[in-house]
Ligand binder design. Structure first.
Ligand code: LER
Ligand code: MN
Length: 281
């Protein structure tokens, strides 16, 4: 049993943070993470997941001071903002944009290596400009990702590749496709990230999808069907939690949900919802 979060085993809970929240973006807290760490720790969170477009903009010094004081870890660095805000894509037709995306991820790996954090590859994978060239783009994605994951291996940093629903990214949407991609190209140090919001749209059977991933599951995002906190929508978390127990999952589960009705309510309800789901199993 984790003393902090009260869940049996080694599962750890994390909350997403960025500089400025928005009602349409699934990051639950905003502001300087250092100011939120004590509150999260008191609620039972073990980690924070940082959503910035560039690690050079993150105030790591203050964050780490506060993390050490309150026994909280940096669970992961999310990288999607580099695509959303700057258009950096791992499959861009323009080689120099592609190289900038790779370079940015290497910077994230360097930052993560000091804190034993995971680096998330989500929407920085970019979007296909043509479905006819699907296989060519997949090869290109593999070439770009391989540079990152081989470097991450030398730095002892885990990479997790996220399956994202079709309305946000136009390929690698469900668990099977994403896992096949990681396995086909033998990406070192790379596991899959499953997000229950995306899974609810893309995976016919969420529990089976989790079980198929087995030990390749490296990280989870939990948000409900409407992207609210756990319990704010209609996902049946008992079957998800049972599947996680069946595969012996012992990684992070992170609150990547909308900051609604407000951040404070969302972080409290999310952890309440997840504890209830684990209690019943
Ligand atoms: C990233 O983790 C993700 O789930 C995307 O949908 C962010 O918008
Ligand atoms: Mn996600």
């Amino acid at each position: 049993m984790s003393e902090k979060n009260g869940i049996k085993g080694n599962i750890r809970l994390s909350a997403t943070i960025t500089s400025e929240i928005s009602a349409t973006s699934p990051v639950v807290l905003g502001g300087n993470p250092a100011d939120n760490i004590r509150i999260l720790s008191d609620l039972g969170y073990d980690g924070i997941e940082l959503h910035w477009g560039n690690p050079s903009q993150i105030d790591f010094k203050r964050i780490i001071e506060s993390c050490d004081k309150h026994d909280v870890a940096i669970s992961a660095l999310a990288t999607g903002k580099a695509y959303v805000e700057e258009g950096l894509s791992l499959i861009d037709d323009n080689e120099s944009t592609r190289q900038s995306a790779v370079k940015r991820l290497l910077d994230f790996v360097d930052a993560a290596s000091s804190f034993k954090s995971t680096v998330i590859i989500g929407c920085i994978r970019g979007n296909l400009a043509s479905f006819q060239k699907y296989e060519d783009y997949l090869k290109r994605l593999a070439e770009s990702t391989l540079i990152v994951s081989e470097y991450a291996e030398t730095k002892n940093v885990q990479i997790v590749f996220e399956a994202i629903n079709r309305y946000e990214n136009n390929y690698l949407n469900n668990a099977d496709e994403t896992l096949d991609f990681i396995n086909k190209y033998s990406l070192p140090n790379t596991k899959i990230l499953l997000d229950t919001f995306h899974m609810n749209i893309e995976d016919a059977n969420m529990a089976k999808a989790i079980e198929n991933c087995g030990s390749m599951l490296g990280y989870m995002h939990f948000a409900d069907s409407n992207r609210y906190y756990v319990g704010g929508g209609h996902i049946d978390y008992r079957e998800i939690v049972t599947a996680l127990r069946n595969i012996g999952y012992d990684g992070y589960i992170s609150a990547e949900c909308l900051p609604l009705p407000d951040s404070d309510t969302a972080i409290r309800k999310w952890i309440e919802g997840i504890k209830t789901a684990f209690q019943t199993i």
